[in-house]
Write a protein that binds this ligand. Structure first.
Ligand code: GLN
Length: 480
């Protein structure tokens, strides 16, 4: 059983051609067949099936189906679901079970979605390849020797391989968009504050947003409309009214659309296939009536530097709560309080997480605060001003999602700085807090997927999804 869009699946369910139980059963079987790819950290065989049966009953009793009725969804393992393990792909939380649901989980459940499992990720969402998971890497469905991107690598691979129709990820600097680009699907990071972060394990709180991985922009728009909106349990969630994203999308046309193309994004170091495919897609839109406008933006390498200073600073503070006392793992080897802290954290955290905690405490330390942290905050402000100005002139800023196509498992693990470059195009939208999306635009010479990255102004998700819809190449084929 295969569905390329929720509309497909929904009409089958509502006309009773198929039952929810059959759909969920077939997704679960597919997940079991793919278990070697390490995409899921937990699969809810029984609860998903019993929920599917109760949704079937609900429909046969004549109750109105919710907006996500029967949608099989996967959830990144840093989002809390009551009674389920919440590992963040870390040893330190390996046996930790959440005692409450994230706001997004409540909202999805209220609209009759079926949550089928928790997906693998980079530990605490730190990484670009999913190789920093304490539970092993994830295979890219297009080429199993390659990474699916990260940190939401499991969520992206699940959607690309047809193991879930839509998945949730989290995006701090590109973790939804970059893996979407690597797996030939759509990945949306909404405006900062658009979706409640209550129940999302914090990495860098002023950047983190829950995002959506889907096979097309329409499905992403639907799920966004369910999850978006203010939440009294997250003071940073926005009260900006939630639009009808599907309607707004339908109103977007290439005629007169102004697409800003920063020349800095097409530096000569950009992979030539990526450059060719992205330019070809932009040219296609131009021929359909859009205007391509050359713009300049601050150099992206400043974004990478500022990003890694700011997020490590925030992470070092957020991760202080994992101390062996309050949550998760406690080292058996501790005969005093300080040994408990030190040994629990030493044994519980992986290498990249430790690197970031050390970097974060360093940039916040008294002697270096002004040189690094304060400077990076100033850079953040410059980026915010320049992106705002650019989006007064154009509707959208376009470029590649990643400077290179999916790389081999193990290729960049010895060089963290090289790995950080994977985020060079996605990080600016996170620094400024604007909504951004990755949309598939074609395949390189090795038949690997390439994504286009689009940024719109604050709260313009409807327009952004509409433009992505104009660009997506004919719907992705299922990879198995
Ligand atoms: N790859 C980036 C990092 O390692 C982004 C991670 C994210 O968005 N969670 O920080």
């Amino acid at each position: 059983m295969h569905f390329s869009s929720y509309q497909d699946l929904r009409s089958g369910l509502l006309t009773r051609k198929i039952t929810c139980e059959e759909v969920i059963q077939s997704y679960l079987e597919r997940i079991d067949r793919h278990c070697d790819d390490n995409i899921f950290l937990a699969v809810f065989h029984e609860t998903a099936l019993s929920r599917a049966r109760s949704l079937d009953r609900k429909l046969s009793e004549g109750a109105a189906p919710g907006r996500l009725f029967g949608m099989p969804m996967a959830i990144k393992d840093n989002i809390a679901m009551k009674g389920a393990r919440l590992t963040c792909a870390s040893r330190i939380l390996e046996n930790y079970e959440s005692v409450y649901d994230a706001t997004v989980i409540e909202r999805l459940m209220d609209e009759d979605a079926v949550l089928i499992g928790k997906t693998n990720m980079d530990e605490f969402a730190m990484g670009s390849s999913n190789e920093n998971s304490a539970f092993g890497p994830v295979a890219n469905p297009f080429d199993k020797t390659r990474v699916p991107g990260g940190s939401s690598g499991g969520s992206a691979a699940a959607v690309a391989a047809g193991l879930a129709l839509v998945a949730l990820g989290s995006d701090t600097g590109g973790s939804v968009r970059q893996p979407a680009g690597f797996c030939d699907i759509v990945g949306l990071k909404p405006t900062y504050g658009r979706i409640s972060r209550y129940g999302l394990v914090a990495f860098a709180s002023s950047f983190d947003q829950i995002g959506i991985l889907a096979r097309n922009s329409n499905d992403a728009a639907l799920v966004l409309s369910v999850m978006a909106g203010a939440d009294e349990r997250d003071a940073t969630s926005s009260h900006h009214p939630v639009s009808s994203y599907t309607e707004e999308m339908a109103g977007v046309s290439p005629q007169g659309l102004k697409i800003g193309v920063p020349k800095e994004f097409f530096h000569e170091s950009l992979n030539p296939d990526v450059a060719r495919l992205v330019k070809a897609k932009l040219e296609e839109l131009r021929q359909n009536g859009a205007e391509l406008v050359d713009i300049t933006l601050p150099a992206s390498d400043y974004a990478i530097a500022a990003y890694y200073i700011l997020v490590t600073a925030e992470a070092s503070s957020n991760l202080a709560r994992f101390d062996g006392a309050r949550y998760g793992y406690r080292s058996p080897d501790c005969d005093n309080l300080s040994a408990m802290y030190v040994n629990s954290r030493t044994e519980g955290f992986g290498k990249e997480v430790k690197r970031r905690i050390m970097l974060g405490t360093y940039v916040l330390s008294a002697g270096y605060y002004d040189t690094y942290y304060k400077k990076a905050q100033q850079v953040r402000r410059v980026f915010q001003d320049r992106y705002r100005e650019a989006l007064e002139m154009v509707d959208v800023i376009a470029g590649p999602t990643s400077p290179f196509p999916p790389f081999g498992i193990g290729d960049k693990m010895d060089d963290p700085l090289e790995m950080y470059l994977a985020d060079v195009f996605t990080v600016p939208a996170s620094i400024v807090g604007m909504p951004a999306i990755s949309v598939p635009v074609g395949y390189d010479s090795l038949n690997l997927p390439v994504g286009m990255h689009l940024i719109c102004n604050f709260f313009e998700e409807g327009k952004l999804l509409g433009i992505a819809g104009l660009m997506q190449h004919s719907i992705v084929s299922e990879k198995s």
